[in-house]
Design a protein around this ligand. Structure first.
Ligand SMILES: Cc1ncc(COP(=O)(O)O)c(C=O)c1O
Length: 398
């Protein structure tokens, strides 16, 4: 690439990259702690939360714990002001145990303010345990309503509706959400069963770069809320706009500020001022706050290119490449002329291939490599396959 073109490309590349100082720290941590390490930058977590609130001050952010359930992340985000979206009883307990001693406990309504159980499908045993906490829970079908009525009658309900997920990296609407045409019937049925529907929720799909999904979802929600009031006389006071807020993995992803402006305009146009707006950001809060550092444990020349075997892979921190459809470039700390190289994980499965086309300088056994922006849906879905444990978690700037 010519010098001028490269400068232009670099200027457009506002994907978050690590500063030199941070790279030195990571190498030192790898020497001290061993590898692989999954390094969490708590200053970045706080910054991400502040950015969310700066652009959407009227929206309460319920961090989607599934994106990264490390308890220290929960504590840091709680202190910053976040609430939490949980999808299972263990996630509920991670949040409950880590925040219950903190000041919000004084308030009667602290669970509702701080936790939403946002999995529309809940086992009966979960409902039975949850009921004592008088939780806020989502639902999207009739059978679930009957289960809630019987096993968690003290829950407050939020109906999740199905909205367009067009173009989102992770599609969710094929599995969750009531059809908008059935929404008012379901809400009426819940009230008829003696339950209380407090709100409406949706999810536009994860890593949603097509902002029209949000606009459509808000419009659909506003119509359902109006029709509910007309038909049942009941007021819906909570609107949960879900997750989906995209991370700048690539320069083409538009900034959060652009999306937030759109959301603010539409919310002001469609909803009364006293509507409580919630969101469930997952990746937006954690993705760029974490880095994995691994080391080269093997080296070969295969299919005409250098091939490196490192001690983390797609059964571990790089699992996001399978479940989350994100590719994390493998980078070297070492300088040198780059060649197209393959990078494999440590297990005995050929599926454990991180990339066949990394641009890397020549590496030796024990050299360190790293991947940035790997905080969401990565360590959370790490396995123990082949006896290799998940990467050790290391905290910085706590
Ligand atoms: C119900 C629910 N809320 C929130 C999230 C978080 O979404 P994201 O990480 O895209 O913000 C998810 C992700 O799957 C989800 O299923």
């Amino acid at each position: 690439m010519k010098k001028k073109e490269k400068a232009k490309a670099d200027a457009c590349d506002d994907v978050p990259h690590l500063a030199e100082e941070r790279k030195e720290l990571l190498q030192r941590l790898a020497r001290e702690e061993g590898t692989p390490i999954f390094v969490i930058d708590h200053a970045k977590l706080r910054k991400n939360y502040q950015e969310f609130k700066k652009h959407l001050p009227q929206v309460q952010a319920y961090f989607a714990v599934k994106a990264n359930s490390n308890p220290e992340i929960v504590k840091t985000l709680f202190k910053a002001g976040a609430s939490f979206d949980v999808a299972s009883m263990p996630e509920f307990m991670i949040v409950y145990e880590n925040i219950r001693e903190m000041p919000a406990k004084e308030r009667q309504d602290w669970i509702w303010d701080k936790i939403i159980y946002a999995n529309t499908i809940k086992p009966i045993e979960t409902l039975e345990t949850l009921d004592q906490y008088k939780p806020l829970v989502t639902f999207d079908n009739c059978e679930e309503l009957k289960k809630i009525r019987k096993h968690a009658p003290h829950a407050g309900l939020v109906l999740r509706i199905r909205v367009p997920n067009t173009g989102s990296m992770v599609e969710l609407s094929s599995k969750f959400g009531a059809d908008p045409g059935q929404a008012v019937d379901l809400i009426a049925e819940a009230f008829a069963l003696g339950l209380v529907v407090e709100g409406l929720s949706f999810h536009v799909g994860s890593q949603c770069t097509n902002f029209a999904n949000y606009v459509e979802a808000l419009e659909i929600s506003a119509n359902i809320i109006k029709e509910t009031e007309t038909r049942t006389g009941k007021k819906i006071r909570i609107l949960d706009i879900g997750g989906g807020f995209p991370v700048k993995y690539h320069p083409e992803v538009k900034s959060f500020e652009v999306l937030a402006k759109k959301l603010k305009t539409e919310i002001a146009r469609l909803f009364p001022d006293d509507m409580q707006i919630l969101a469930e950001p997952g990746r937006f809060l954690v993705a760029n706050a974490c880095t994995v550092v691994a080391k080269v444990v093997g080296k070969a020349f295969r299919d005409g290119k250098p091939s490196y075997y490192i001690n983390d892979g797609v059964y571990h921190t790089y699992s996001g490449q399978v479940f989350d459809h994100v590719l994390y470039p493998v980078l070297a700390f070492k300088e040198g002329e780059k060649q197209i190289s393959a990078v494999f994980g440590p297990t005995c499965d050929a599926f454990d291939t991180i990339t066949l086309s990394a641009e890397l300088p020549e590496l030796d056994i024990n050299d360190l490599v790293y991947s940035e922006n790997i905080g969401a849906y990565s360590h959370a879905s790490s396995t123990y396959f082949n006896g290799f444990p998940p990467a050790k978690v290391v905290h910085t700037n706590k």
